[in-house]
Write a protein that binds this ligand. Structure first.
Ligand code: FAD
Length: 576
């Protein structure tokens, strides 16, 4: 006997990270009915991994800073293909987001005079990242959850949404699986907001955790025929752990290089001299990532496919004071004292710049009644994300989408739940348990991520990508054997993840093949230069005949911002 719980809410928010919670608060305060669902625990969304800071041109340290300069830095670093309107909205509204967080109790680091401290992030003209120790994301999420609890906003944790309810009239709810109880959840809604985070787990080396950033929002929207943009744009952070296997990809903050850490290959050579002699280890993220990749490919890498990051020339006390988290990380995983031994590091998949297309002003996707906010969307960061901008984005667009939706859903009527559709979804889901043969979904997931890492990773080329697409066809045909006890079945969750990952991988591969130039994080060794003719966005839409890819030019950048982009050169500072 299947157990099904049903809910009705005006707005369903899928995702309880920063973006989802900020949106929920706005909807609640505008007197709308809202339900938040997350597949992890309440205070454990991916947002908590953010350490370094949140950008806002407050000018507390550098009064010359302005929202216009923030916008210019963002678009310049984004390879000039960001959505200019979205960037300007973000940069204007980011100071208000900081104020909101302060009002709600966020304890930002302050100067002796009481001003919020701001620090440099890579490619920022002035100091504009506000931070709370090295746990900015965790503090922001806690503050937002506290507010959600104070308002008693309904919240379902550990519920995995595996399908949206969708008809020709648009989206009207979702169906999920309660991971703890092993029961189904059916939610009817006037509108659905996807705040499901990014898709860095398409790659075997990733700074995310294994069970999140699996592209769920992308997969859910794909099956409703939504439009996506710039899926080829994926940021690889230069320094993640490469060893041991269970820690591979875990971020090693850029602060290590900011504090004087140097990169060495196995010959002991400080190889950044050959790639960027002026900025050395503090070069742009994509440049350092490609340099490390090239050293490893040329056989000058370490045993585990990385290079050495050495900070042993600094006193232990200094390291403990400045880099306590990295120190603890290497102690924990390897029992290594980084003041005595160098760290083995290599690039790791870090941030999804591409994703769902939205109009940004209201978060509306191309599908009726379906909205999206946060890392699941595209357009804000163009070809490269500026560190610190993502936390600002989730706060600003969480609020703006909440505001716009509150006005919309008030006038909107309910659509009735189609029982036949729900039954079909639940019985298709249950079929997975009936398969008596097939492959272990956990292993298939791992193999898929490895394929992506090898075929469309830090450096790509047409032949490799095309071969990756052929391999993807095999993955699509693989039958899965979901066995083991219920609930809390890791194999079942991996099988669900694969449903989202396969279309996400296909769009990344096809878009990467389509863009025949190199720009920002997208580097094609067979098309290594940036071409002005490619200053456009790549769109992807699922159709009955398969994926349709096309381009559209980027909107005009206003003259005031354009002038600043050309005038101001990014300075090299401590990077986080
Ligand atoms: C190591 C690291 C450090 C970072 N540091 C910074 C930094 O210093 N500054 C900065 O600006 N950015 C930083 N970022 C990026 C930033 O953390 C993220 O981009 C941002 O937190 C994304 O927030 P979000 O709300 O969009 O998604 P998330 O926080 O990823 O939340 C997604 C939510 O969706 C839920 N979900 C997903 N799929 C489903 C499903 N099928 N059913 C139900 N629920 C689902 C998840 O459970 C989760 O609650 C960092 C990222 C990493 C990995």
């Amino acid at each position: 006997m299947l157990s099904i719980r049903t809910y009705q809410t005006e707005v369903l928010i899928i995702g309880s990270g920063g973006a989802g919670l900020r949106c929920a608060l706005e909807l609640h305060d505008k007197k709308r009915d809202v339900l938040v669902v997350g597949k992890c625990e309440k205070r454990d969304a991916h947002t908590i991994l953010a350490t370094g800071g949140i950008n806002a041109a407050l000018g507390t340290m550098d009064p010359q800073d302005s929202w216009q300069l923030h916008a210019a830095d963002t678009i310049r670093d984004g390879g000039l293909i960001n959505n200019p309107k979205a960037v300007m909205t973000l940069c204007k509204a980011a100071p208000r987001a900081i104020l909101e967080l302060v009002t709600w109790g966020a304890n930002f680091h302050r100067e002796k005079n009481g001003n919020i401290t701001q620090r440099f992030f890579g490619a920022a003209t002035y100091r504009r990242a506000c931070f709370i120790g090295d746990h900015t994301g965790r503090e922001i999420l806690n503050v937002l959850v506290d507010q959600v609890e104070q308002r008693k906003i309904p919240f379902l944790s550990q519920v995995y949404i595996f399908s949206l309810l969708h008809s020709s009239q648009g989206v009207y709810g979702a169906v999920g699986w309660d991971i703890r109880k092993g029961t189904f959840v059916v939610i009817q809604a006037k509108a659905v907001v996807l705040a499901t985070g990014g898709h860095s787990r398409m790659f075997s080396r990733s700074s995310s955790r294994f069970w999140e950033n699996t592209g769920d929002g992308i997969g859910l929207a794909y099956r409703c025929g939504a439009q996506f943009m710039d899926m080829e744009m994926f940021q690889f952070h230069p320094t993640g752990m490469v060893y041991p296997e269970n820690a591979a990809g875990v971020l090693v903050t850029e602060a290590v290089r900011g504090e004087g850490g140097i990169l060495l290959n196995t010959h002991g050579e400080r190889f950044m001299r050959r790639y960027d002699p002026a900025r050395m280890e503090l070069s742009a993220r994509d440049v350092v990532a490609r340099a490390i990749y090239t050293e490893v490919q040329a056989g000058r890498g370490t045993q585990h496919g990385g290079v050495w990051l050495d900070i042993t020339h600094k006193p232990k006390d200094y390291i403990l004071q400045r880099l306590p988290k990295v120190y603890a990380q290497f102690q924990h995983f390897l029992g290594i004292d980084i003041s005595k031994k160098p760290m083995e590091v290599g690039p790791t998949a870090h941030y999804s710049m591409g994703g769902l297309w939205t109009n940004y002003t209201t978060g509306q996707t191309s599908v009726k009644h379906l909205y999206a906010i946060g890392e699941v969307t595209s357009g804000m960061h163009g070809a490269n994300r500026l560190g610190g901008n993502s936390l600002a984005e989730i706060m600003v667009f969480g609020r703006l989408t909440g505001e716009a939706l509150a006005r919309k859903v008030k006038r909107q009527r309910w659509r009735s739940l189609n029982k036949k559709t729900v039954d079909t979804l639940i019985s298709t889901f249950s079929q997975q348990f009936k398969n008596k043969r097939g492959n272990d979904p956990l292993k298939v997931k791992q193999d898929l991520m490895q394929m992506m890492w090898e075929h469309v990773g830090v450096v790509r080329n047409g032949k490799q990508i095309a071969a990756g697409l052929q391999l993807l066809e095999q993955f699509k045909k693989t039958s899965l054997f979901v066995h083991g006890p219920l609930p809390m079945n890791a194999k079942l969750l991996a099988a669900l993840d694969l449903q989202h990952m396969l279309p996400t991988c296909e769009m990344i591969l096809k878009s990467a093949l389509y863009r025949t130039e190199s720009r920002g994080a997208h580097y094609r060794s067979d098309h290594p230069t940036i071409l002005s003719s490619w200053r456009k966005n790549v769109y992807c839409t699922p159709t009955r005949q398969g994926l349709r890819l096309f381009t559209k030019p980027v909107a005009k950048i206003p003259n005031t911002i354009q002038r600043l982009i050309l005038e101001k050169q990014p300075t090299t500072h401590l990077l986080e």
